[in-house]
Design a protein around this ligand. Sequence first.
Ligand code: AOF
Ligand code: ZN
Length: 337
Amino acid sequence: METALAVARQGVRGANPLVGAVIIDADGTVLAIGRHLGAGTPHAEADAINSLRGTRRDLSAATMVVTLEPCNHQGRTSPCSQAIIEAGIGNVVYAVDDPHAPAAGGGEKLRREGINVRSGLMADQALELNRQWFAAVRAGRPFVTARLAQTVDSRIAAADGTSQWITSAESREDSHKLRARVDAIVVGTGTIFGDNPRLTARDADGGDAGHQPLRVVMGLRDVPGDAAVRLRTAPGFLQLHTHDPAVVVHELHSRGVGHLMIEGGSKVSAAFLAAGLVDELIVYLAPTLLGSGIPALNDLGIGTLADAQQWEWDDTTSGPVERLGPDLKLTLMPARQ
Ligand code: AOF
Ligand code: ZN
């Protein structure tokens, strides 16, 4: 299970949890290792089973050790419970139950098939690894990433409104990779009127990066018909006439969004943070000072130090600090309650 938890960290956070799996023989020999690398890619169990393809081994005495209950649903991939049954694996040990109702029930299904199933091994560590994901699933809402691209002194634009570009080409390329991984991007009308962004995921040459997010604008002012955010159609553009992040989160969840990313500006980012609706904070930090200018965040309603929001560096996956050209990319998670 320690190995399974370690390989789980090779994945990326988002709509799906980080999951790792190890298939061991009766004597403890490791036969296969699998990990889930993010929504839309094979699940950890399937990844481990796939790596044994062509070996035609009797797995009835083997054990699938996995950090999350094997799923029991046809989602973006086929049910892991079925894959385990078909592989003829005789034993399954998993750390924690899957709280996501459509996927849950794999443990029961495997037991009914006569497989020896145990759960709870290193459960605390498995819950800790995905604590943001568990919180979002239990709250019945998407996983929310807030992304800030700012100077060291937390400015996202100069006093005259100029902002292109504060962060480096390397940071912007990385942001486009993030966009290609999320289901929806949310900005405020201020960003539309100020920057007129397309909000599409593009590669280094400006080409289409493949998967595109739903582009969502929140706020009361109508987005003009010729705004860049409207130009591309698939998968579409949506305006929500509200300033309430909870309404946005609820509406997008009902539209099947599993991971949404907040891309500002100051008001929208602060509104989601003040509402406690951010699971992951990514800050691209440019080695630049602007002094005056537009702050990355509006008021968070914090009047005294004792009320400060507490965050932690997320050192589970690619690490809390990455160097992107001249910039730093910082990844944070809400502090443990
Ligand atoms: C597993 N193994 O490695 C993961 C699981 O949309 P899908 O098909 O990718 O399904 C996503 C759901 O499956 C996710 O919300 C969670 O309940 C479960 N994730 N399950 O057996 C895995 N990543
Ligand atoms: Zn699965």
